[in-house]
Each structure stands twice: as C-alpha cells, then as structure tokens.
Design a protein around this ligand. Structure first.
Ligand code: 3PG
Length: 307
C-alpha cells in the first residue's frame, strides 16, 4: 500500500524517518509531501495513495475525489475539524485521530502563554505571577487534564468545566468541578480553552461569558479560533480595559485586535501548540502504526467518522 504523509507544516525529521520505517517494515511504501504551497500538489500526491497522514491540512471533498484508492486518513493530532468526515464516510474511508499524542506540548504552551501575558509580553514593567491565581479549564480532556496538573504544580488553583467528565474524576485530581460555565468564567483569572470546533462550539465564546471575567483576567486559546465570536471578543476587550486574550491560532481579525489592544492581546505567528519534536514523533508514529494495523487486522480503534 502507498502511505502518503502530506504536511504543509512539516514534522520534525525524526518523525518523518520513524513514519517511513514503520511503513516499510510492514511492507508498505512511504511517500512524503511536505511544505507544499499549492493545493494541486496535494491533489496530485493523493492520486495513487491508499492511506493519508495529515496534520491541520484540509482534507476536503476535492481531495477525497482526487484519491480514488484512498482507504484511510489519519489526522496526526487531536482535532479533526480539517477533515471532511461526510465525504470520507460516503466513500467508506476510515478517518482516525491520534488522541493524547501531542497533548503535553499543547499544555506546556498554554502555561507558557499565561506567564507571557502576566509578564507584559516580556517587555519592561511590573508583571504578575501566576502562582496563587485561579485557572478555569474549559473541557477536561487529554490537554485540559495536563494543563490542570502543571498549573497546580505552579501553585495555581484549578477549576474545570466539562459536562462529559464526572465531578469525582476532577475532584480526585484536586480540581474543583464547575457546575456552570458562568460560575467558572466569573471566578477565574485565566480561562484556558480545550474544546474542539464543532457545530455546538463554533462562536460559543462571546460577550455573555467573557464579560463575566474578573478585572485583569486572560482568555487563553490553544484550541481553535472558530470557537470564538470575534466581533463580541472585540467588544468585550473594548468595554473591559483589563481583559486580555492570548491565542495560538490568530483570529481572522487579529490585525484589528493588535492595533486596538496592543500588549493585551497576542497571537503566535503560526500555530505552534504541537510544534515540538516529541509531539511530532508521538503523533506521527502513532498515525503510521494505526494505518499499518488497520491494513493488517482491520482495527478501527480511534475511528472518528461514522462506520
Ligand atoms: C491538534 O488538533 O492536534 C493540534 O491543533 C495540532 O495541530 P497541528 O498538527 O496542525 O500542529
């Protein structure tokens, strides 16, 4: 089988080599398309691929149509909002993610962003410490749990909201379960988002929640830009002079945010949450192993589209 790794944002070399070794050891051919600048390159490369490994690369119905032999797509990472699940399901193509494999890298970045914003974006002036401050975690999944543990180690009080996770599980981790989002937003100095972009969450973080945050509070987004209602974010930052926003995924209106709010906002130049060698290796190799196992045994563990 031909296994194509197509990553506009390339994996670390060790991950690329590891993927190749896993594929070849199982008798498959490994093909690499990285740093591509034109969609046509992806369409051409997919033409004879049996399997596809991607990161945030958009796997649209057009890509699926251009890949008549495609049997499986693995998103080396957590969020699979970049993949057209319906187009894959219609063709009987299995879609998987590699949950948890890059979570530590994202969690570390979330903490780093809190410190960066508390220290005036590393410019002169009196900053604040995060120790003793209260952190609210929205969605207590793989990343949320790691952020909680690290924040507690740094002396933060941690609260979390997740309707899908039992309160006992949070309590066992020393995390206070919030009954409502409103309760969490109104009592925390930092809110860290770890929700996926879905029909329910898109645009869900807006004025009504953000305006509840205490003075000087900071919203930390290492999840997806789509979960933010950007017009309402601009309004709340205008109305509440102390609030801050830091994101790993620049807003569509990031230029406006930067111009209006200066050091109260910050966006990384390119999404870097999972940009560590460790995360690349963990997620990339897991993706290759899942594909090899699927071809060998039909195992569909981690499948995210309808069967
Ligand atoms: C994920 O969903 O796994 C992260 O957003 C990482 O995305 P990336 O692989 O494009 O860096």
């Amino acid at each position: 089988m031909k296994i194509l790794t197509a990553t506009e944002k390339p994996f670390a070399a060790a991950a690329v080599n590891g993927i190749k070794e896993i594929c070849q050891a199982a008798g498959h051919e490994a093909v690499l398309l990285e740093k591509y600048t034109d969609r046509q390159q992806l369409l051409d490369a997919a033409a004879d691929a049996d399997a596809l490994i991607v990161r945030s690369d958009k796997v649209t119905p057009e890509v699926i149509a251009a890949a008549p032999k495609l049997k499986i797509v693995v998103r080396a990472g957590a969020g699979y909002d970049n993949i057209s699940l319906d187009a894959c399901t219609e063709r009987g193509i299995v879609v998987m993610n590699t949950p948890g494999q890059n979570s530590n890298a994202v969690a570390e970045l979330a903490l780093a962003m809190m410190i960066y914003m508390s220290r005036n974006c590393f410019t002169p002036g009196t900053g604040k410490e995060i120790s003793g401050k209260k952190l609210g975690i929205q969605a207590y999944g793989n990343v949320g749990r790691l952020v909680a543990a690290k924040a507690k180690a740094l002396g933060m009080e941690v609260m979390a909201y997740d309707p899908f996770v039992p309160a006992e599980k949070m309590l066992a981790d020393g995390v206070v379960p919030a009954t409502t989002l409103e309760e969490m937003y109104s009592s925390c100095n930092f809110i860290s988002l770890h929700i996926p972009a879905t029909a329910e969450t898109r645009g869900s973080i807006g004025y009504s929640l953000l305006s509840l945050m205490p003075d000087g509070a900071c919203l930390v987004n290492t999840a997806r830009k789509e979960v933010i209602n950007e017009a309402e974010l601009v309004k709340v930052l205008s109305d509440r002079a102390g609030l801050k926003y830091v994101t790993d995924i620049a807003a569509d209106c990031q230029a406006e945010l930067n111009e209006k709010f200066g050091k109260r906002v910050f966006a990384t130049p390119k999404k870097m949450g999972a940009e560590t060698a460790e995360a690349n290796i963990n997620a990339g190799l897991a993706a290759a192993r899942q594909i090899v196992e699927y071809f060998a045994t039909g195992c569909t563990r981690f499948q995210v589209n309808a069967k």
